[in-house]
Design a binder for this molecule. Structure first.
Ligand code: DON
Length: 308
């Protein structure tokens, strides 16, 4: 990755001015305390070579990035047919916690990367694994045994999760909650509160970039089918109602979270963890998006790039 350090440093500097246009998430009180000026990016290639710039050891919560882990675990444990009996594969074109689009394309949530879909997936997972097993698998895929749940963020969000409770009750009415409602919401909210840094996200993304194969150990850690499904949904639905503009501007499968992280996958090449706590109006990190747009343009990473 010759020359990458310089490019990563520059990607951070050019992103700094846009931070003032966004703000940190405040609908979860604990998240409103985060420093809005944090910015960092890590790139990990398929062999594990790692280059970082900025605040890449600062911990933040996964929030919606957990939806990719949850989807992959559900696909591996229950199979794609079962998962897509319960959730769709279509972009919702609506905010992440939208209730009105719940059954827009069929009588189920549009996709597993919006809150309604992720609550259904969490419900399925509660029937298959414990939260501790979920956390253990996140540690394995991020190659960091120190990853933990931020209990203060969990408690803060759970105490203010009326919207997710509404979604869960509606999903129960539609007979899409296969597990207990309270247990499902605790599982989902706790997985959103798992605390990671940009380097953790980049290591996970590099496994996806390698199609689920860990090149450093030669082991397959995720099935190729689960990776393909996850990446396709990240590309079309990973940034909610900002997914279209992100696809045009950056052109890389990615998933955002209101903790400020964006995990992005340059297939066959690198995984990226970008972090900036200031968010745009869709709840996507404004700084991380600017970093990824810069790197994608400089390095020809857009999947429809023709070199100019
Ligand atoms: O359920 C929620 O509202 C949050 N725990 C996750 C939302 C989120 O990260 C949206 N992403 N940009």
């Amino acid at each position: 990755m010759d020359g990458y350090q310089d490019l990563l440093d520059r990607s951070i500097e050019q992103a700094r001015p846009v931070l003032a246009r966004g703000k940190v998430a405040d609908y979860i009180p604990e998240l409103s305390k985060v420093d809005p000026d944090l910015l960092g990016v890590t790139v990990v290639d398929l062999n594990g070579e790692t280059i970082s710039s900025g605040d890449t050891n600062v911990y933040f919560t996964l929030q919606s990035i957990e939806k990719v882990f949850a989807l992959i675990f559900a696909l591996e444990l229950a199979g794609a047919d079962r998962v897509f009996e319960l959730v769709g594969m279509e972009p919702s074109g609506a905010p992440f916690s939208e209730l009105s689009t719940l059954g827009e394309f069929s009588a189920k949530p549009s996709n597993p990367l919006i809150n309604a879909g992720a609550i259904v997936v969490s419900s399925l997972l509660t029937t298959l694994i414990s939260f501790d097993e979920f956390l253990a698998q996140v540690r394995v895929l991020c190659k960091n045994p120190a990853i933990n749940c931020n209990e203060a963020v969990f408690a803060s969000e759970y105490a203010h999760s009326e919207r997710n409770h509404s979604l869960a009750w509606e999903l129960k009415r539609l007979k899409l909650l296969v597990g207990d409602l309270d247990e499902t919401l605790r599982f989902y909210t706790r997985s959103c509160a798992i605390s990671v840094c940009a380097e953790d996200l980049a290591r996970f993304a590099s496994l996806l970039a390698g199609g689920g194969l860990d090149f450093s150990s030669g082991q397959r850690v995720i099935s190729g089918n689960a990776v393909r499904i996850a990446e396709a949904l990240m590309f079309t639905c990973g940034l909610y109602d900002g997914s279209g503009s992100f696809a045009v501007r950056v052109g890389i499968p990615a998933k955002s979270g209101v903790g400020g992280g964006i995990m992005a996958v340059v297939n066959h090449r690198v995984g990226i963890g970008a972090f900036g706590s200031s968010l745009d109006r869709n709840g996507n990190s404004i700084g991380a998006t600017a970093i990824l747009e810069y790197l994608s343009n400089k390095l020809g990473w857009h999947i429809f790039s023709h070199g100019n």
